[in-house]
Design a protein around this ligand. Sequence first.
Ligand code: PLP
Length: 404
Amino acid sequence: MTSDFAISKRAAAIKPSATLAVSAKAAELRAAGKEVLSFAAGEPDFKPPKAVREAVSQASLSEPIRYAPVPGTPALRDAVAAELGAFHGRTFARNQILVSCGAKHSLANLFLASLDPGDAVVVGAPYWVSYPDMVGLAGGVPITVSTTRAAGWKLTPDALEPVLGPKTRFVILNSPSNPTGAGYTRDELRALGEVIASKAPSAWIVTDDIYRNLVYDGFEATSAFVAMAGITERIVAIDGVSKTYAMTGHRVGYMAGPVELISAASRIQSQTTSGAATLSQRAALTALTDPSVPAEVEAMRTAFARRRSLILEGLAQASGVEVQRPDGAFYVFADVSRHVGAGAKHATDVELATWLLQESLVATVPGTPFGAPGHLRMSYATDDASIEEGCRRIAKALATLPTA
Ligand SMILES: Cc1ncc(COP(=O)(O)O)c(C=O)c1O
C-alpha cells in the first residue's frame, strides 16, 4: 500500500545497498525452494570465538543490561587503544577512542562531525559502496579516482594528484579493500602520503583497516601511521570486530583520532544512538583481550586462504573472466567486461548478475555500485563445496554467452 508520505531530499539521495538487494533476491529464490549458492555475503560465515559467546551468555544471565557509556565502556576503550596502538605503533589515550555500533557507524559519525557543505572526500574506485553515500549524507562531495586491475586496483600518486587541493578534507584508504582485496605496501602508502602532504596539506587521511587481519600469501597490512611518518598528526583510523572475529551482528566498530574529533563525534552519537549495545561491548572486549581468541582467528584466516585458492582456481576455468589475486579480505573482484555491453547478450553487469542468479542460481554482486561497471564481486565467505559448485555453474553459464 502506498501513501502520499513525502520523504526528505536527503533520504531520496541515498541509494539502496546493492549487496542487500542481491541477498534479498537470493532469499526470495531460496524461499521458493531453489538451491541458490551465494557469493554475495559481506560477512564471515563462522561463529564468533567461543570465549566471546561464553562471555555474552554469562553476562546476559548474571548482569542487568543497562545503557553503556556513550563513547564506550572504559575497559573496551582501553582495550581498543592497546590493540590499535600495537598495530599503528603509537600510543592512543582513552579519549582518542570512540566505540560505535559498527565501523560503518564510526565512519558516519566521522563525516557528520567533520564535513561542511562542499568539503571534498577522495576515494579510489572501486570503493566500498557506503563511502560515497555516507559522505553525501553528511553534506560532503565524494570525489572518486579510478584505479585499474593492471595497477592492482590501487591509487597511485599520479592518479591522486590532480584531484587534491584546498577543498580536500579527507582521502580514504581501505587496505585490504572491499571489493578488490587489494592491499597497499608500505612504500605505496608512503608515496601517497607524500603527494597528499604536498598537494593538500590541510587534508586528513582516513584509514579503514577493517580487513587488516585477513591477509594471505605472506601479505602484511601496513599501518598508515607507520608508513606515512611525516603526516601522522592527520590520520583517523577506523576499525572494528565484525570481520576479524566474525562478529558482524554484534555491531561494534571504533575510531581513533584527535580528541576534538572524538568528542564531537561522541556528542553526535549521544543524540542519535547512544553507546553501542552493552552485551556487544562485552563481546568486543573479550574478542580483543581473551588469550584463546587469536588461535581461532588464525583458524578462520587459514580457511579463508584455502577458499581463496579454490575460487581463483574455479574462476580460471570460466571464459572471459579476469581476476586480480587479492591480498586480503574475502572477496574477488572479477572483470567480466567481455560478457557485457555491445555485442554481448547482457548490456550491463547488473543484468549479467541478475541472469546468473535466475538461470544458474548463483548470487554475485555487480561492480557498478562499487564504481566499477563490467565486474562482479564474489565473496568466498562460504563453504568449499559451494565455492566449487558455484564456480562450475558460472563457467557453464558464461560458456553459453557470445563475448563482446
Ligand atoms: C570496507 C569496509 N569498511 C567498513 C565496514 C563496516 O563494518 P561494520 O559496520 O560491520 O563494522 C565494511 C563492511 O562491509 C567494509 O567492507
